[in-house]
Design a protein around this ligand. Structure first.
Ligand code: FES
Length: 103
């Protein structure tokens, strides 16, 4: 059984923006692109950097520390130095509410 938890509202996450939210002891990155809203782990797989402090460019988020790029749609690592992808979570948008499934 999937449990969706409301974590943010569209009003606070306009297209082109990303933000970190804390859910179930995890820190999750929400990204709103032209393709929708996506949720990923906020911690870079290469080092101790929080991706919410990086840049969102289209469907890619760039790590603020060494510039690795991840595809926000599935978490895959697109460029070195990161080689491992980010865990991604399912997102459900209902009206203004953004909910994610963390289990
Ligand atoms: Fe993210 Fe190095 S910590 S690329």
């Amino acid at each position: 059984n999937d449990e969706f938890v409301q974590v943010a509202s569209l009003a606070n996450l306009p297209q082109g923006r990303c933000a970190a939210v804390a859910v179930a002891d995890r820190e999750i990155l929400l990204c709103h692109t032209a393709d929708g809203v996506f949720a990923l782990d906020n911690l870079c797989t290469h080092g101790a950097a929080r991706l919410c402090e990086g840049k969102l460019k289209g469907n890619r988020v760039l790590c603020p520390l060494h510039g690795a790029a991840f595809d926000v749609r599935d978490g895959s690592a697109l460029s070195r130095p990161a080689v491992r992808g980010l865990a991604s979570y399912r997102v459900k948008v209902t009206g203004d509410a953004i909910a994610i499934a963390v289990t």
